[in-house]
Design a protein around this ligand. Sequence first.
Ligand code: KIV
Ligand code: ZN
Length: 515
Amino acid sequence: MSKRIYIFDTTLRDGEQSPGASLNVQEKLEIARQLERLGVDVIEAGFPISSPGDFHAVQEICKVVKNATVCGLTRAVNKDIECAAEALKGAVRPRIHTGLGVSDSHLQHKLKLSREAAMEKGVNAVKHARKFVDDVEYFLEDSGRADVDYLCQVIEAVINAGATVINIPDTTGFATPEEYGARIARVMNRVPNIDRAIVSVHCHDDLGMAVANSLAGVMNGARQIECTVNGIGERAGNTSLEEVVMAMKVRNDYYQTETGINTQEIYNTSRMVSNLTGILVQPNKAIIGANAFAHSSGIHQDGVLKERTTYEIIDPKDVGIPESKILLSARSGRHALQHRLGELGFHINENHLDKIYERFLQVADTKKLVYDEDLEAIVADETSVVPVAYELIRVQVSCGDNITPTALVTLKNRKGETHTDSAHGTGPIDAIYRAINRVVKVENTLTEFSIQAITKGVDALAEVTIRIQQGEDIYTGRASDTDVCVASARAYLHALNRLMDRATRASNNVKLEHI
Ligand code: KIV
Ligand code: ZN
């Protein structure tokens, strides 16, 4: 019989710790709703004490999530726990996730606590959290490098104090699958009260072994996997949800496990997270990369045409990858568009549909044929929930050899006032960004700029993704258009709007490094 494994999604907490991935409340809500459709068991919605924005996001997520447990992270500190309890009040199934370091490195250098003092602090945190909720998860940070005897002692003590889930993170991504699996096995065999808690694995991908380590944990008794969509997260990221779930599904013969994930929602969820965070998915990424089901060698193509399973172990339909069809043109009506969007798994409200249809007609006029990938890009642009401080009305560029690139832009602000300005630059994009800067006047540095053709052909939509930095904060922007200059201008404004939105929100950020 298959063992049920719980999927704990931390895209909105650990995933959001990826540089530049910061999301606003509306974006987090959209992702939370999609995670419910995907069928995750637990949504780690944020770290409520870290900022008023995070607190509010957790509160709002609790209102919309009906089936999954909603979890809030805290340090082993009373005021964090009280803040998380307050944020989680509206949840159908609330969970507080508290904890502390266990490795000597963390105890000596970061926490400056003895083993005994740290254990007492952890026990007190669990007891305090249990005053507010019945479901308390305890994380033992840097378990991957901790002394196993001490690890087991702390686990026994926090279970006695009321912890219901025990998270054994390989925080630094240091462990190998054999070592990590053996560590979980030691815990299962040596902690006398371990049957009173669910053991959870939380692995980071610094050595590219997060998925393998999580599965090794499951093979040795763990019942919950903590993971993120597209594997985003601190540094090299976390265990990728789609990889670990599909590994267990495709190799059920080996793992003998099952999850509650509706795998046909994987592709949509991946695209949504990539669009909203601006973190692109590498083409060769397992399960959801653009090349994951592309066969380029003649021998492979021949085999797949004769029988798909000769070279494909997963049916793309099982992860919700739509067959790419050239279906729509300028003659397609609003209804046809709405129908195709539904088939692609988009849940679009009437308001957004008007904007999407208008944009679709513009693209169809230029491109003639609109592919599913084009529709995805249009939906991402037109459903953006970043408050607009400045909107692009017009951009014109002159460039080429033997002339100085010059751009003219007209922007409209929130009050409806338009501003036009121009600038020279080293190239057309530089000129556009300088002209925009002359209007918006927000200091920042462009740190990344990437451009991708969404489909084949010279008339393809160009998708521009950028990152800008102000102080320590990084903001992403993305936009698409058949004209790369227009896409670049819109992507820059998208990032600037995000920056201005963030700046207007009060913040008393507590950084996770201080856990
Ligand atoms: O990696 C880690 O140890 C964490 C904890 C805060 C759970 O993210
Ligand atoms: Zn982590």
